[in-house]
Write a protein that binds this ligand. Structure first.
Ligand SMILES: C[S@@+](CC[C@H](N)C(=O)[O-])C[C@H]1O[C@@H](n2cnc3c(N)ncnc32)[C@H](O)[C@@H]1O
Length: 319
């Protein structure tokens, strides 16, 4: 099966997971909105499975930001119910599959915390994150702890995204999410069939911008509701959400295939496409220059580049 270790994925569609097109479009929109309006901040995913959502989130890293993912991967679950959940739903998961899928799209791994999400506050600094994606255990007590952690780890204006907040088989997520809204300060911004997007801060501006954008996505895409006094955008019918087209490194057109490309090639908007063309143009001029230099010099340059690539650090932090 693609993405589970037999064949390298070429696009995000080849990576198994539960990260569906409307949420790929929305997560991309939210991360780009932060890019335009918010200062630097780290990204965090609780529950990575084999990388589908982490690969997309990691493509939005800005310089000096970092992505941390926390998952049990090959480690034991912390309690009996979680053991059952793991063996029922994720029995084929290995950390190696996550790592190879992620490295098919990016040149460096994220920071990996292998262990229960209850330890996340020991590894990530308070108020350091701009987005936390909660998609680990779907049991009430775990999700409640994860939501509390998001409040500590997000900086003002940060976004929390909770998976499966309304699925029939995950009532514990629904209970944890809505109780954080009704008896806590969690502000809902947007609801899709699979994910809840919210914040612990004021949410008017981002919600207004989201509505403006969704209005361009065709009639009936969304409606506006009020839940426990909170205005919320509900995605209704969105047959063709604008998907980010993420291609694996080996599947990207590049003139120097032995060289790593710059991270984060998300096509689908003008800046991403322009960035890709600019990189290709730079690669082209480097290649052309190499063709005209004396052979002794060109092989020295190639050897230096190869050595620099091999020296690149692979960041790991095993909890
Ligand atoms: C639904 S999957 C994540 C899907 C992924 N975000 C995606 O969209 O492709 C849930 C993940 O949570 C992990 N998990 C379950 N219980 C956990 C716990 N207590 N701590 C950390 N990770 C856990 C599982 O190993 C699994 O990989």
């Amino acid at each position: 099966m693609p993405g589970l270790g037999v064949r390298a994925p070429r696009t995000l569609d080849d990576v198994p997971g539960w990260f569906y097109p409307p949420d790929q479009a929305l997560m991309t929109w939210f991360l780009r909105w932060q890019d335009r309006h918010e200062p630097l901040g780290d990204l965090l995913e609780l529950g990575a499975y084999v990388g589908k959502s982490a690969i997309l989130i990691g493509s939005h890293l800005r310089s000096s930001e970092r992505l941390t993912v926390c998952d049990l991967f090959d480690s034991p679950a912390p309690d009996a119910d979680n053991v059952v959940e793991m063996s029922r739903s994720y029995s084929t998961l290995t950390r190696l599959t996550f790592e190879s899928n992620y490295l098919a799209f990016h040149h460096e791994l994220p920071v990996i915390i292998e262990g229960p999400t209850s330890v996340i506050c020991d590894h990530v600094a308070p108020a350091s994150c701009r987005l936390v994606h909660i998609d680990a255990s779907h049991l009430y007590q775990h999700v409640r702890t994860d939501i509390e952690a998001s409040r500590v780890l997000l900086r003002p204006g940060g976004l929390v995204v909770c998976d499966d907040y309304r699925a029939a088989h995950t009532p514990g997520v629904a209970a944890a999410v809505w109780s954080a809204v009704t008896s806590g300060d969690l502000q809902p911004i947007c609801l899709t069939p699979h994910k809840f997007y919210g914040t612990w801060s004021a949410s008017e501006r981002i919600r207004e911008d989201l509505v403006e954008w969704l209005t361009t996505q065709g009639p009936g895409t969304f409606d506006l509701q009020t839940v426990a006094g909170h205005p919320v955008v509900r995605i209704n019918r969105w047959p063709d959400p604008p998907r980010p087209s993420l291609r694996a490194i080996h599947a990207r057109p590049t003139l120097l295939s032995h060289e790593p490309e710059v991270d984060g090639a998300v096509a689908g908007d003008a800046s991403g496409a322009a960035g890709g063309w600019a990189r290709n143009a730079r690669a082209w001029s480097r290649k052309t220059a190499l063709q005209w230099l004396p052979p002794v010099l060109t092989s020295a340059i190639r050897n230096a580049r190869r050595a620099r690539y091999q020296r690149q650090p692979r960041v790991r932090d095993t909890g």
